[in-house]
Design a protein around this ligand. Structure first.
Ligand code: FAD
Length: 458
């Protein structure tokens, strides 16, 4: 028996009641896994280190979910993903963009909707608990250990699903993984939101000035305005004149302007969500698993947010009376540990539109790599036109000679650095989580054949 307790933590721990399926982490993948396992009748516990569900989608303010579709009518993710989008719309916190993407959402309402869906599926939610260790025996995880304000606890389960994004269970249970590639990493971001924006003024300006189609605006029947715009050094964006002036006046630093993107938020008049700042120092590659680096990202990111918000107020149409209303409590980590599992999804698979017998997700999102250093070029490489690739179930499973009762879902799937740059979008995380939860429940009740996940067949 191996108890991988961190040696520095010599606590007495209390054993809580066991469950069938234990889901580690409550982001998009974890919630999907827990709901599908709970609905299948498995006694399911979800352990989450923060105080809400949604992971980086809510805590990192990563809204909207990116479009995963061949065209406005042919969505590539169905099942639980469509259900959550529908529930968000009904709760007044969701919206469908004119390109058919149903994934626009308000992160605060998202948290409430996710709580409700998990409780309806009989999932036991355990917030503010960080998993710090596992006990393994005969190539199975027997229990996980976690800490909260009251002390250290453990729970036994038959099946474990690692949805921690960072692959914490993979690492703690000694399963093979990698992180980054050849000293390359995806950039981390610290997202934020501003309230008090005159969306009508901004929408009007964008409609009158957008010659390139990079700043779409969509008026919904309920009065919501869905819009987005962006700026980088690489193209002639609609917003370029403002950035040129602000850089000349030293109101922005180069790193602030290197990547800028905004989205409005359904059900939230006057609210703008920023997909920036991207934290890209010149001389250092930051590691999302290094606490010194992540602490620096938080303090440095908040200084960048102050400058970017001042720029918006001074230069952008509609922003004069706006103010910062939220800075993400969670850093936007795009990539860290990735399982090396039974199948490692590759860039070739993505770019050739590869299909698999054991497919559990369809996607045509490009390989989308954000450079970790300012001045480096990113990647945006697409699957074939009008086609898509698939993620096989084997990319969620550790190698056969490693841990048998562990499934991995979400951005820590088994994929190369480049393929993960595509597979990591939220729609895919929902699909992976749904498949993982179904499989865990099946292994307990019907330990025979694996069938395809609902998100493809529904
Ligand atoms: C800046 C940024 C912009 C992005 N933009 C988009 C976009 O526009 N559209 C899109 O679709 N996707 C986007 N993505 C990608 C996508 O949002 C993420 O890849 C996806 O949400 C990850 O989901 P997940 O469930 O795998 O992990 P996460 O959402 O990271 O969830 C992991 C959960 O596990 C918990 N956890 C971690 N460790 C432990 C532990 N030891 N014990 C207990 N709990 C733990 C965390 O608190 C968290 O709740 C973006 C990502 C980033 C970072």
């Amino acid at each position: 028996m191996t108890v991988n307790l961190m040696p520095e933590i010599k606590l007495n721990y209390k054993e809580l009641s066991p469950c069938d399926v234990l889901v580690a982490g409550g982001g998009s993948a974890g919630v999907a896994a827990a709901i599908s396992s709970g609905r299948a009748g498995a006694k399911t516990i979800l352990i989450e280190k923060s105080s809400f569900l949604g992971g980086v989608a809510t805590g990192g303010l990563v809204t909207p979910m990116m479009k995963n579709a061949l065209d406005a009518k042919t969505l590539l993710t169905k099942g639980l993903f469509l259900e959550i989008c529908d529930r968000l719309g009904k709760a007044g916190g969701g919206g469908v963009f004119k390109d058919g993407n149903p994934g626009w959402f308000n992160p605060e309402i998202y948290k409430c909707v996710l709580d409700k869906m998990c409780l309806e599926a009989n999932v036991q939610l355990m917030f503010e608990n960080q998993i710090i260790s596992t006990e393994t025996e005969n190539k199975e995880i027997k229990k996980v250990f976690f800490i909260n304000k009251s002390g250290c606890f453990s729970i036994q389960a038959k099946e474990f699903i690692d949805c921690t994004g960072d692959g914490d269970l993979i690492a703690l249970a000694g399963v093979s993984y990698e992180s980054g590639a050849n000293n390359h990493r995806q950039a981390m971001s610290l997202r934020f939101m501003m309230s008090g924006v005159e969306l009508k003024d901004l929408a009007k300006w964008l409609q009158e000035n957008d010659k390139t189609g990079d700043s779409p605006v969509h008026f919904l029947d309920n009065g919501d305005i869905l819009l987005s715009s962006a700026y980088t050094f690489e193209r002639e964006w609609t917003l370029k004149p403002f950035f040129d002036r602000a850089l000349k006046n030293n109101d922005l630093e180069k790193e602030d302007a290197a990547y800028f993107q905004i989205f409005s938020v359904p059900g939230s008049p006057g609210l703008i969500a920023f997909n920036c700042p991207r934290i890209t120092p010149e001389n250092k590659t930051l590691d999302p698993l290094n606490n010194e680096d992540t602490s620096w990202v938080l303090t440095h990111g908040r200084q960048m947010i102050k400058r970017i918000s001042n720029f918006c107020k001074k230069y952008l149409p509609g922003f004069k009376d706006s103010y910062i209303c939220q800075i993400a409590p969670t850093i936007g980590v795009r990539e860290s540990r990735r399982l090396i599992g039974q199948y490692v999804l590759s860039a070739d698979d993505v770019l050739s539109g590869k299909k698999f017998e054991d497919a559990i997700a369809n996607s045509n999102w490009p390989i989308d790599i954000h450079p970790s250093k300012i001045g480096e070029k990113g990647q945006l490489r697409h699957p074939p036109k009008n086609d898509y690739y698939q993620i096989p179930l084997r990319s969620l499973l550790p190698k056969e000679n490693e841990i048998k009762n562990l499934i991995v879902a979400g951005r820590c799937l088994s994929a190369t650095f480049e393929a993960q740059g595509s597979a990591r979008i939220q729609a895919n995380c929902w699909a992976m989580g749904e498949a993982a939860g179904n499989l865990a429940a099946k292994r307990i009740n019907l330990p025979k054949n694996l069938t395809k996940a609902n998100n493809i067949t529904a």
